[in-house]
Write a protein that binds this ligand. Structure first.
Ligand SMILES: *Cc1c(COP(=O)(O)O)cnc(C)c1O
Length: 377
């Protein structure tokens, strides 16, 4: 076990009380708590519709289906992302086309490169707001206007992050969030699809629950007694036990992020003057969820990443890599790819350091000092 974990849950008695209340209510599947979670989420994210789902992977799957993306369409994706972003493309029989990132300083998808990858078959771009820092959404929307491609936002890293005053996830055709244990909001498993488009919302809602026209909860309330099945749907629902945790987590989110921002400042001060260490988004000025704290080893330290991770591990510090490049995985060997030099460099030289709201100043200093010790040794 590591003394200093990569991530720690921000759970307390309020989450425990919420779960107990839901258990005692005897309605544990999707019902009033899920509806309340959705309502609170849509208000906080300043978006018309929020649909709670089982996880972000299925939110992405639904987002692609309801945006009319189909077999053999080409969909441009980053490779520096979690594999689920790309797997969702394959679920519908569409073809991922991997696109590079801008730079070490800005490891989000390079939308100028993406434009060069657009063909007559390209129907969408999935952007991923790496670390909670926005992609160039102005350029993304320009590509949407110019080529008619849909912009889907994998906003898992960026709850409450902003781009020119708009919340990430609310700018494209649909935005997808995850509530996996290590995300800003944790419900164990869970996800949310947000959109301002009523048609997209209604279709996604239908497909979330088997394509059935009424829900168990409506029938239990006596609102209806029967149902029709009008589309080939799925069971992608979120249950009320998890939603009741989500309601509490949502209330804590802003304060949790503000603490993360302060912690990021401590890391930045300790690491910004170390030669060979690049801190992505160092001069970023908009509000960010500050989901993770990645650093990238520059040319003078290139190739030393794994040794540094072992060194930190021996001192009890857990680290991670966000991410192993998706285009290098076995199942994506035959996929279409642009140039991916920057993605490969970052994937080989990036370390994600511990980041959570309760981490102490001493701990941040210890981690930073340990990195210095490694470099000076
Ligand atoms: C966590 C994550 C996902 C997957 O979310 P799940 O809820 O685990 O399905 C997808 N994309 C990104 C960028 C993520 O960080």
């Amino acid at each position: 076990m590591y003394n200093i974990p990569l991530y720690d849950l921000n759970f307390g008695s309020a989450e425990e009380d919420a779960v107990l209340e839901t258990l005692r209510s005897r309605w544990v599947s999707s019902g009033p708590k899920t509806a309340e979670f959705e309502k609170n989420f849509s208000e906080m994210f300043e978006v018309k519709y929020a649909l709670a789902v089982a996880n972000c992977t299925v939110a992405l799957h639904l987002a692609l289906i309801v945006n009319d993306l189909v077999k053999d369409d080409e969909i441009i994706v980053p490779s520096l992302t979690f594999v689920a972003t790309v797997n969702a493309v394959r679920y519908i029989g569409a073809k991922p086309v991997f696109c590079d990132v801008v730079s070490c300083e800005n490891p989000t998808i390079d939308l100028d490169e993406a434009e060069k990858l657009i063909t007559s078959k390209t129907k969408a771009i999935i952007v991923m707001h790496y670390g909670g820092y926005a992609c160039d959404m102005q350029k993304a929307l320009e590509l949407q206007r110019k080529y008619g491609v849909k912009i889907i936002e994998d906003a898992c890293h960026g709850p409450l992050s902003e781009y020119k005053g708009s919340k990430l996830g609310s700018i494209g055709a649909a935005g997808c969030f995850s509530f996996f244990a290590n995300k800003n909001i944790s419900t164990g498993e869970g996800g949310m699809l947000i959109t301002n488009d009523e048609k997209i919302y209604q279709r996604a809602k239908l497909l979330r629950s088997h394509g059935m026209t009424t829900l168990s909860y409506d029938r239990a309330q006596g609102h209806s007694t029967n149902y029709d099945v009008v589309a080939l749907g799925f069971n992608y629902r979120l249950d009320d036990i998890r939603s009741s945790i989500g309601i509490v987590q949502l209330k804590k989110l802003r304060c949790d992020i503000d603490k993360r921002i302060a912690i990021r400042g401590l890391y930045n001060d300790a690491l910004r003057n170390i030669p060979g260490i690049i801190i992505p988004f160092l001069n970023y000025s908009e509000y960010s969820s500050t989901y993770i704290y990645p650093i990238i080893l520059g040319k003078s330290l290139a190739g030393k990443r794994d040794a540094l991770r072992v060194f930190l591990g021996e001192k009890g510090i857990q680290t991670s890599v966000h991410y192993p490049a998706v285009h290098r995985f076995s199942i994506y060997q035959d996929a279409k790819k642009g140039k991916l030099d920057k993605t490969e460099y970052i994937s080989d030289n990036l370390i994600t350091l511990p980041m959570y709201s309760s981490i102490s100043e001493e701990t941040v200093k210890f981690i930073s000092q340990t990195i210095c010790d490694f470099i000076n040794a």
